[in-house]
Design a protein around this ligand. Structure first.
Ligand code: ASP
Length: 445
């Protein structure tokens, strides 16, 4: 059994968190490959090291002194070192960083130092071999990861019996320059490593016990999701549920490696398993009708009505082309016989709404165009929905019972997600109603 074990920023925020990580690593010998983020916040008032590093970069750019910010970082790492009696030569490391950033215009080297320093300390503390990501995670010039070269480089390190630790979030371009990924990118480093070492599971340790069925800011202490498919996860993340970096799914999905989201502060909780196919486990332990409920506010819905348009070949294409011309991505297109609604995020269309309306009038000559702002889209996601008849019926009647007006409905024939549009004001109320009916009630039974 091989596990790749990635720890997020909150899991390595201070010496106490380091100790929890050590306990997790020591309790399972298959946790041989470790990836770490940079130290995160210890408390609400604290700052993530990566945020401080970006701030330092901005100070350098504008020629403002960054000493007090730098000192905050030095203090953080030194306190971890002292508390855990580690020997990494931090003075030397900070001396080198200061020297390099004087003459380096790109922020990448500087912001990657959070993961680098956290990795140095954690590797020593765990008794693992430190492997610098700049020596093994290889990028193409276009910024994508060169899996072939990364695999060749990594293979030199992964074959021995030693535990290895790689800092997340950065790697090197073909000319050896350090390059960082997008924010939260350590998840991607972990996923790439899992792919290359053919891990049995990719454990992603964070500060929540897996994915929640619903956002805890809307329903306090919701139940967590024990299993979810990659496709369900994709739908949930797209609509706003964020625990994992989006791009981290592809390297593990390619090799069918499950991702296990775990909580460093509650290590006995099994967390959430993300898999290609949950059907075998579902037979033993049937899932809820609904896996998760998520959504976002601030959509604009543009509805066009024209008699007989459903028989007019090319009507929808002409409409969509106008949105494409203005580079506005479309979220949903609920259709009835002669009415087409186009759902888009308001911030994407604000600057070109009048131009789009003008072109729609000119091109497809609708009898009526209606624009409604402050609309919310709710995604009800569940692999189980296609097995069970009547879910959408029950769902819609729940809205009726709670006197919530549904503005749009859409569902593809995969029946993985039902998207329901309501006004922004009804967003929280709708989510509570669905949770109550489909999750809380089922749990009681
Ligand atoms: N430290 C980086 C960030 O804060 C990357 C990561 O944590 O995955 O975005």
């Amino acid at each position: 059994m091989i596990k790749v074990t990635k720890f997020g920023g909150s899991s390595v925020a201070n010496a106490k968190q380091f100790a929890k990580v050590k306990h997790i690593i020591d309790s399972d010998p298959s946790r041989k490959f470790i990836v770490t983020s940079a130290c995160g916040k210890e408390s609400h008032e604290d700052h993530k090291v990566t945020d401080l590093l970006y701030l330092i970069q901005a100070h350098i750019k504008y020629g403002v002194s960054y000493e007090s910010l730098f000192d905050m970082i030095v203090k953080k790492y030194k306190s971890i070192q002292e508390e855990l009696h580690l020997h990494v030569n931090l003075d030397e490391e900070f001396f080198r960083i200061r020297k390099i950033i004087q003459n380096d215009d790109s922020p990448d080297y500087l912001v990657s130092r959070g993961e680098y320093l956290t990795g140095k300390l954690l590797a020593e503390y765990l008794g693992a071999k430190f492997v610098d990501a700049a020596d093994v995670i290889m990028f193409h010039y276009d910024g994508t990861i060169d899996m072939k070269r990364t695999s060749e480089k990594l293979m030199q390190y992964v074959q021995g019996s030693e535990k290895i630790l790689i800092p997340g979030f950065y790697g090197a371009t073909p000319n050896g320059t350090i390059k960082v990924m997008s924010r939260g990118g350590s998840d991607i480093t972990g996923a790439v490593l899992a792919n290359i070492v053919d891990a049995d599971v990719y454990e992603n340790w964070t500060d929540v016990s897996g994915f929640m069925v619903v956002d805890p800011r809307i329903i306090p202490n919701p139940i967590s999701i024990s299993r979810i498919t990659y496709s369900e996860l994709r739908e949930m993340s797209y609509m706003g549920a964020n625990v994992l970096h989006d791009d981290s799914v592809f390297p593990v999905r390619e090799k069918n490696i499950p991702i296990n989201i775990r909580n460093t502060n509650e290590p006995d909780h099994p967390g959430t398993m993300i898999m290609e196919d949950c059907s075998e486990m579902d037979k033993v332990d049937p899932p809820h009708a609904i896996t998760g409920i998520t959504g976002r506010k601030n959509y604009t819905v543009i509805s066009l009505t024209k008699a007989h348009s459903s028989a007019e070949i090319g009507f929808l294409r002409k409409v969509l082309q106008i949105f494409e011309k203005y580079n506005v991505s479309i979220e949903a297109v609920p259709v009835t016989v002669d009415t087409y609604s186009i759902v888009v995020q308001t911030h994407l269309i604000n600057h070109c709404l009048y131009e789009i309306i003008g072109e729609l009038k000119e091109t497809v000559h609708p009898e009526d165009i209606r624009v409604e702002d402050h609309q919310a889209m709710i995604a009800v996601v569940g692999r189980e929905m296609k097995q069970r008849a009547g879910i959408s019926g029950q769902l819609l009647s729940e809205f009726g019972r709670n006197k919530i007006n549904i503005r749009t409905i859409s569902q593809s024939s995969y029946e993985l997600t039902i998207m329901i549009g309501v006004s922004d004001n009804d967003f929280e109320k709708s989510i509570k109603a669905i949770y109550e009916k489909f999750v809380a009630e089922e749990k009681k039974q």
